[in-house]
Design a protein around this ligand. Structure first.
Ligand code: BGC
Length: 924
């Protein structure tokens, strides 16, 4: 072949390849029930989601085809379901609708897509999932408990059993759950990387089990299975007043192993009366108190085969049943970041203290050497007091103390198993002298959700605020959303979770986490529809029904629908949502809800503490009426989506009456609210409680109120999340920005300035004079006020999802960035040295891929706005400037084929774009 000809062929091939790769829409990541290759799910029709990628602009999916098979090879005889080509742009939550799926079976799937021009991709890589144990009858294992008498300290029990496998293993799967927390082992190795399993649910109604692939842990010949249990949430001390045994008194284990052999046969082995039990070296373990391990009591080799367990007692069978068992829907708790000490100090009081530099939740691993019987005692604290001493008063009755007694081996390492601590500092005591920083490492534990959001700006304090919001989330998203992770509380407070849920969805993939928690909310909801203060409910029936707390029942599912396009959660929770609204209705007289106990605008700013005699108290029943309306509105919107027209009509009528009653009771004819607090105006405006003609005045009253506090907020848990959004939406964005940048208390940046590394429970947890707020209620890791994160993403960076049906979950993106952020207070401006916000970079990983919204001033009046829009979505960009001031890739917008102009007038422009990367230059 002559060389010119061959070069031409090469050129043509690469050009075709280039064009091909340039335009092609390709399925990249695959998700089943929102997780990658999950093991142990019990949805009979699991949902598929695939991420699409492609260079170029305006790329969309026009059709898809899914195949599900029994083996990774996906040979034609192994395919059990083929959707065939479906003309649809749906790439999120497509339901499986093939033949019935079998217990513990592993399935494989792949997808191919057609782009907007009808061009098909190759098959994706093959993904998989494995079913859980689908029917109670499929459980062959038996529940077991210890066969000896437990001591008063309730030592952690061990269980063991040796088995012989005499055939070649092809695969092995184990399903485990427990009453109490478990760790399980095969041949000395811990099964899986999850901790604090089986997590926390409303145990007596819903107990999750975990499924693990243990093929690599088993071998032909003798194998040892082991289990270790701790009291945990099941029977440990929980809440207050010595409350324990919330779900029962005895710890129990349920474990079922299925081994498939290469010859096509299989065997099942489970816990039963042939298992042995013994006390372990964990002599006590409690969530709040901490753990004590006496390594002298360690039974060496108990997790390995050929261990002599003749002095162990036979396990006892328990009839607990299987009906309430459920596969784990959320991501389990795993280990994340680790921290080396940043310094070791001796405090003025003479304590040896290590600072890890970050308030975190998890535990400290200790590696050391000492003599037999030596001990080391580690206490944990979030802060040092103003004199630099170790401060634990705010932990109330939680000791947060781990004690290790050494065996005397060459080197020993310790960490708790069934307890965790919230801390930045540890205090070390004990009998070992030569201890140094190298002996300690802190590790963070939290539910293993994908981190989906980034927010970064030109302002370091704002960046630290974002860091604190994220760390507040990590530490309190341990299987359930907790209020705080350190004191004797750590409960799933509904109010806290409700106010933070949308911010949480910016930072991490919380869809499954909240879906699971909502199931427990429904499980624990009272018969009359009232919703407990905490979920799972360990406070009793009377602890329920507070406005703004119980509304987690409606607000969280609705947020999951808006932010993830999760319609299923609306279906699942509809009854629960409706029951909650019906409860409020039943409590009301003349459509006014003025009954019962309410937390109100919890921890609002109390000016009387600062001796100036003013008050930011908001009438609790005014708040209740606002949330009554809000939940009813959500119910109506939900009913409309689910096609429940009768409910739409019925509750629309109810909502009118609720609002009319509000006006009559709480609003003067002139539009003044009976509580003239920021929270009252914020809620009334945000939940549209006021007729149009009264809104403007309400906004002005809110603004005046903020000014009267010298540009400070006074809101508590319920008003804070909406404060800045209400200001921005009503034309006072600069005021919202000024509140954000306020450095003096009460404000978001005040704690940041004092060195906080997480969000505090109170605006003034540490006062300007260095003293602390009352120790009875002063956590330094409470995410609720971190709810400002939502506004940072949605208003500063401008990332929003459309709220219209079919467009939620960022199928249609609304970008509304605010480039102009001015101070309206000279004082706040001076505090910030007049520094303007020059840059905001934010991104969010959605089910369609990454959205980025990055803006930066390149000179005093020119902004570079860089956007990334994922394949198979579109975006509206709302800019507060005229079209003539906007260039796309240095060209006039009207010349661009990639942009549609939806609206233009002097001061504002709305553009529509499809997927791709865009760089706009905008003149102010
Ligand atoms: C928790 C809160 C919770 C509250 C109820 C507190 O003890 O820490 O965050 O919402 O009780 O008001």
């Amino acid at each position: 072949m002559n060389s010119v000809y061959s070069r031409l062929i090469v050129l043509t091939i690469s050009l075709v390849g280039f064009l091909n790769c340039y335009c092609q829409v390709v399925p990249s990541e695959l998700f089943v029930e929102n997780r990658i290759n999950p093991i142990g799910i019990d949805q009979s029709n699991p949902t598929f989601t695939w991420l699409l990628s492609s260079d170029g602009k305006n790329k969309n999916q026009s059709a898809y085809r899914i195949q599900v098979g029994r083996s990774e090879k996906m040979g034609s005889s192994e395919i059990i379901w083929d959707s065939d080509k479906i003309n649809s742009h749906q790439s999120v939550n497509v339901e499986y609708s093939g033949p019935e799926l079998q217990s513990l079976k592993k399935y494989y799937w792949r997808v191919k897509v057609w782009d907007e021009k009808g061009k098909s991709s190759n098959w994706s890589l093959t993904g998989s999932w494995q079913m859980g144990i689908l029917k109670p009858n499929d459980w062959k294992a038996k529940w077991i408990t210890v066969g000896y008498k437990e001591g008063p300290e309730r030592e952690s029990p061990m269980f063991r059993k040796e088995i012989t496998i005499d055939k070649e293993i092809e695969s092995a799967t184990i399903a485990i759950t427990s009453h109490g927390l478990y760790e399980a082992y095969i041949n000395g190795k811990k099964i899986g990387d999850a901790f604090l399993t089986p997590g926390w649910t409303s145990y007596n109604k819903r107990l999750q089990y975990q499924v693990y692939d243990v093929t690599s842990l088993l071998k032909k010949g003798k194998n040892a299975l082991g289990g270790l249990l701790g009291s945990g949430w099941f029977r440990g001390f929980l809440a207050w007043g010595g409350n324990k045994d919330s779900y029962g008194r005895e710890l129990s284990l349920l474990l079922q192993l299925k081994v498939n052999f290469t010859d096509g046969t299989s065997t099942e082995i489970g816990t039963d009366e042939s298992w042995k039990s013994h006390k372990s070296s964990i002599t006590s373990s409690e969530i709040y108190k901490g753990e004590t391990i006496d390594a002298r009591k360690e039974k060496n080799g108990w997790k390995m085969p050929n261990y002599n367990d003749s002095d162990w007692s036979a396990a006892i069978l328990k009839s607990i049943g299987y009906e309430h068992l459920a596969a784990t829907y959320n991501e389990p708790i795993t280990i994340h970041e680790s921290f080396d000490p940043i310094k070791m100090i001796t405090t003025p009081e003479g304590d040896k203290v290590i600072d890890f530099g970050q308030n975190l939740v998890g535990w400290v691993e200790v590696n050391l050497k000492g003599s037999q019987g030596d001990s080391i005692v580690i206490e944990h604290a979030e802060v040092l007091d103003k004199n630099g001493n170790f401060y634990t008063e705010n932990l109330r009755a939680a000791d947060q103390r781990n004690t290790y007694i050494l065996n005397g081996k060459d080197s020993e390492s310790f960490r708790p198993h069934f307890s965790w601590q919230g801390f930045r500092y540890i205090k070390i005591n004990g009998t070992i002298d030569n201890i140094s920083e190298e002996n300690f490492k802190a590790v963070a534990l939290y539910s293993n959700m994908r981190k989906t959001g980034q927010f970064n700006s030109s302002n370091t304090l704002l960046n630290q605020l974002q860091h604190n919001i994220q760390w507040g989330q990590y530490g309190n998203f341990l299987d359930v959303p907790t209020d705080c992770p350190q004191r004797d509380e750590r409960l799933g407070w509904t109010g806290d979770a409700q106010v933070f849920a949308s911010t949480a969805a910016f930072n991490m993939h919380v869809n499954n986490f909240f879906t699971k928690w909502m199931k427990d909310l429904e499980a624990d909801q009272l018969e009359n529809g009232s919703v407990p203060f905490v979920i799972p409910n360990v406070l009793g029936k009377n602890a329920s029904g507070s406005a703004g707390w119980a509304d987690a029942a409606t607000i969280i599912p609705w947020n999951m629908y808006l932010l993830y396009g999760n319609e299923q959660i609306l279906k699942n929770q509809y009854y629960s949502m409706k029951s909650w609204v019906d409860f409020m209705k039943a409590q009301s007289e003349d459509d006014l809800w003025k009954k019962g106990f309410h937390f109100g605008d919890w921890l609002f700013f109390r000016p009387e503490d600062d001796n100036d005699g003013r008050s930011a108290i908001t009438d609790k029943y005014l708040i209740a009426q606002c949330f009554y309306a809000h939940s009813t509105q959500i119910l109506i919107d939900t009913a409309r989506i689910l096609g429940k027209d009768n409910d739409v009509n019925e509750y629309e009528r109810l909502l009118e009456k609720i609002k009319a009653a509000f006006l009559k009771e709480y609003v003067t004819p002139n539009g003044r609210l009976v509580s003239s607090s920021q929270t009252a105006y914020v809620l009334a405006l945000n939940f549209e409680m006021l007729p149009l003609n009264l809104r403007k005045q309400a906004v002005e009253r809110l603004v005046d109120n903020i000014k009267s506090y010298d540009y400070h907020l006074t809101t508590g848990f319920l008003g804070t999340p909406y404060l800045n959004a209400v200001l921005t939406d009503n034309g006072y964005h600069d005021l919202a920005y000024t509140l954000l940048m306020q450095r003096t208390y009460p404000s978001w940046l005040y704690p940041v300035q004092t060195g906080a590394t997480t969000i505090w429970e109170r605006w003034d947890g540490r006062k300007p004079d260095g003293t602390f707020q009352t120790p009875g209620m002063n956590s330094f890791n409470h995410y609720a006020y971190g709810a400002i994160g939502n506004w940072m993403y949605t208003a500063l960076a401008g990332i929003n999802s459309s709220r219209k049906k079919g467009e939620t979950g960022y199928k249609k993106i609304i970008l509304k960035p605010h480039f102009k952020n001015n101070y309206v207070s000279d004082k706040v401006s001076a505090e910030n040295d007049g520094e303007m916000l020059k840059k905001v970079e934010a991104s969010l990983d959605t089910y369609y891929g990454r959205i980025s919204s990055n803006w930066e001033y390149i000179n005093d009046n020119t902004i570079l706005y860089k956007i990334k829009i994922p394949v198979n979505t579109s975006a509206e960009i709302h800019l507060q400037t005229g079209l003539q001031n906007i260039l796309l890739e240095d060209k006039s917008i009207s010349l661009s084929r990639d942009v549609e102009i939806l609206k233009q007038d002097m001061g504002s422009t709305i553009l529509k774009i499809g997927s791709g990367n865009y760089v706009f230059t905008i003149k102010q």
